[in-house]
Design a protein around this ligand. Structure first.
Ligand code: AMP
Length: 306
């Protein structure tokens, strides 16, 4: 089944307890695409980069079945740039720089062939741009999911709420859920957020796993305990890409498949954090993915095969 995704394709400078990397490739849509491509194709990616973005990274994405017809390349401009520094516990982080660059006046223009997607993953970026993507669709997708972050709550609150109203599933982390709802308890936060529009909510809690709220019930998926977490950047997007890629592959939106999808999302995110940037994701084979999902099955004693 086809998956349409929109989000940043970017340069990141990242500092963690294990080192610092400068201007490596990143961006929500890049991570979503890499993870989702392990489960479904085509993935139609909508984004914008500057002339400074390496062509070999774009070619690599295409080689995975990611269609870049909706990626605008602004030759004389600079790509989106983000710099962040992680706290020693690797869960919290501070954003040091967000340079919107090409994103500042980005108008996403969907190619005709992208206007009837089966599934949509609105990756983290300007809520107005996420909405513009939805406005261009010619058929109601089976599922529209959305990610966002505190940055947009700070600078684009009203348009964020309007966009949230339009989606079926919202994925955010615990800190963002608290900020969005104004509630400290995650259960209270979830209740408040589910009144804002989405029917399903996923709250990611970093190394403490993820919660799925659906039909008044809660399901918990742990994060795989890892010996070494080098760089958590992109874990949330990789989770979202794995989850939506799996749902698109299964193409049956049962409660059970949503539960399995957050296990798959957690499994994919557990790879992402093992190296800086997209390095670990580039090494993944189908067998490695299957094996890791099996490890998760053992961890959560999930009865049915995925
Ligand atoms: P995650 O760690 O899953 O939250 O995603 C990190 C990625 O999000 C990085 O590769 C950044 O390039 C990208 N990013 C950081 N800030 C923003 C923002 N305000 N909007 C969109 N993408 C962002």
């Amino acid at each position: 089944m086809s998956l349409l995704t929109v989000g940043t394709v970017a340069f990141d400078t990242i500092e963690t307890a294990f080192g610092k990397v400068d201007r490596v490739v990143g961006g929500a849509a890049m991570y979503i695409g890499l993870a989702a491509s392990k489960f479904t194709t085509p993935i139609n990616l909508v984004s914008v980069v500057g002339g400074d973005f390496p062509e070999k990274e774009l070619k690599y994405m295409e080689s995975l079945g990611i269609n870049l017809d909706g990626l605008q390349i602004k030759k004389n401009e600079k790509s989106f740039f983000w710099a962040g520094k992680y706290h020693d516990d690797m869960n919290g982080r501070d954003t040091l720089v967000t340079d919107l660059n090409v994103l500042a006046d980005f108008d996403p223009i969907l190619p005709e062939a992208h206007k009837k997607p089966d599934y949509v993953m609105l990756g983290n970026l300007t809520p107005d741009v996420q909405m513009r993507v939805l406005d261009q669709l010619k058929k109601k997708p089976k599922l529209v999911a959305m990610d966002t972050m505190n940055f947009w709550m700070d600078v684009a609150w009203d348009s964020l709420l309007k966009t949230i109203q339009k989606v079926d599933l919202l994925l955010i982390n615990d800190e963002e859920a608290r900020q969005l709802s104004g509630e400290h308890s995650l259960l209270k936060a979830a209740k408040a957020i589910l009144k804002m529009g989405p029917k399903i909510l996923v709250i990611k809690k970093g190394e403490h796993g993820a919660l799925l709220f659906q039909d008044k019930s809660v399901f918990f998926a742990p994060a795989l305990p890892l010996e070494k977490v080098m760089d958590p950047t992109g874990a949330g997007d990789t989770f979202a890409g794995g989850m939506m890629g799996y749902l698109a592959m299964k193409d049956r939106l049962t409660k059970d498949n949503f539960k399995k999808a957050i296990i798959v999302g957690s499994a994919m995110a557990s790879f992402c954090v093992e190296k800086f940037s997209n390095e670990r994701m580039k090494e993944l084979t189908t067998d490695m993915v299957k094996l890791r999902i099996k490890e998760f099955e053992k961890l959560v004693k999930f009865g049915a095969p995925l």
